[in-house]
Design a protein around this ligand. Structure first.
Ligand code: GTB
Length: 216
């Protein structure tokens, strides 16, 4: 039986692929695992049936047989562990790829989330104008370090891995800010990842949900 994931019935990103089901879809496409999607509304996400799967009432979730998971990082890791294609066979290379997954989620994503909050939630605060450049500079520091490490390589550590998938999906949240454009090798890194057939299939699948929701 195919695993089932959850995604927004009506995503606030209007099909731009920024919600976190996208990284799970992408991982499933990379490993060639078919999957089902259960779409949930904001109301349904806070109801007992969904809260039993996700204690924080969010998407994505992942159900496969008697296993139910939440947290996109844990889900992508599970997919990468269970299927070939997203983690190297060599034990040390595998550990490094997992390290990049953690780096994406716990070192690079937090300042990016800060920027989203600063722009979406704190805009009307008197101190917002002073805070915004500080938040942007913290992101620049991380991007500079990441850019230095990537150099002119295609991927972070050898072949494309779950570490790259997670890092790219985190960096994509800066789209439109102009920050990534300051680091041409990072822009090229994202473009390279987005050109992968698995990425395109995942993107099209979530975009089809947006199209169906807007026509219905
Ligand atoms: N740490 C969790 C994970 O990685 O799985 C975070 C999950 C999460 O934030 N889920 C969001 C959610 O369910 C959707 S992805 N939010 C509803 C709620 O909390 O009530 C975050 C997201 C939302 C919208 C956009 N957007 O519009 O661009 C992008 C990303």
């Amino acid at each position: 039986m195919s695993p089932t994931i959850t995604a927004f019935k009506s995503s606030p990103d209007r099909g731009r692929g920024l919600a976190r089901d996208m990284r799970v879809r992408w991982a499933l496409e990379e490993v060639g695992q078919p999957y089902d999607v259960r779409l949930v509304s904001f109301t349904e996400m806070k109801e007992p049936a969904h809260l039993a799967l996700h204690p924080f009432g969010q998407i994505p979730t992942y159900e496969d047989g008697d296993l139910a998971l939440f947290e996109s990082g844990a889900i992508v890791f599970q997919i990468a562990e269970r299927h070939a294609g997203l983690l190297p066979d060599d034990a040390n290379a595998r550990a490094r790829a997992v390290t990049w997954m953690f780096a994406a989620l716990s070192t690079v994503e937090p300042p990016i989330m800060d920027l989203q909050i600063a722009k979406l939630v704190e805009r009307d605060k008197t101190w917002s104008e002073q805070r915004l450049p500080l938040v942007e500079d913290r992101i620049r520091a991380r991007l500079g370090e990441l850019s230095n490490r990537l150099g002119d390589a295609d991927w972070l550590d050898g072949a494309f891995s779950a570490g790259d998938l997670m890092m790219v999906s985190v960096l994509q949240r800066l789209g439109g800010s102009g920050l990534v454009d300051e680091y041409p090798n990072l822009s090229a890194y994202i473009a390279r990842a987005e050109a992968r057939p698995a990425y395109k299939r995942a993107f099209d699948a979530q975009y089809a949900v947006f199209l169906a929701a807007s026509s219905g």
